[in-house]
Design a protein. Structure first.
Length: 128
């Protein structure tokens, strides 16, 4: 297992904290954002610090800026466009949304911890 930097974008405090803890407990560096706008700002700060996220875990339904809006903006910013996204959602047709967003992978909530860790590591490795 190779550690990677992950940006968790989730508006639900409990889920966000659980994902950050899960990733950290398994040797990954995890940053968190509460919505898409916060995620854009956080990702750009990470890029400017020369520690960009290698994977973004992205919820679909969030206030301020939702997942699809974040993804559209992300793809317009050259420094962020190459970072793969893994969609996480309880939304009924989240697979269609994930495919339309060109997500590297997708997970339905509640999330399978081991499956998510495996995909994060695969997606991170593929991005290099």
């Amino acid at each position: 297992m190779s550690p990677c930097r992950v940006l968790v974008v989730e508006d639900d405090d409990a889920i966000r904290e659980l994902l950050v803890e899960l990733l950290s407990d398994h040797g990954h560096e995890a940053a968190a954002a509460i919505n898409g706008l916060d995620a854009l700002n956080t990702a750009m700060r990470m890029v400017q610090a020369a520690t960009p996220p290698q994977v973004i875990l992205l919820d679909l339904m969030m206030p301020v800026m939702d997942g699809p809006s974040f993804r559209r903006q992300q793809l317009r910013i050259p420094e962020l466009a190459r970072i793969p996204v893994v969609v996480i959602s309880a939304y009924r047709d989240f697979v269609d949304h994930a495919n339309a967003m060109q997500a590297a992978a997708h997970f339905k909530k509640p999330i399978d911890d081991w499956g998510l860790l495996h995909v994060v590591e695969q997606v991170s490795a593929a991005g290099h």
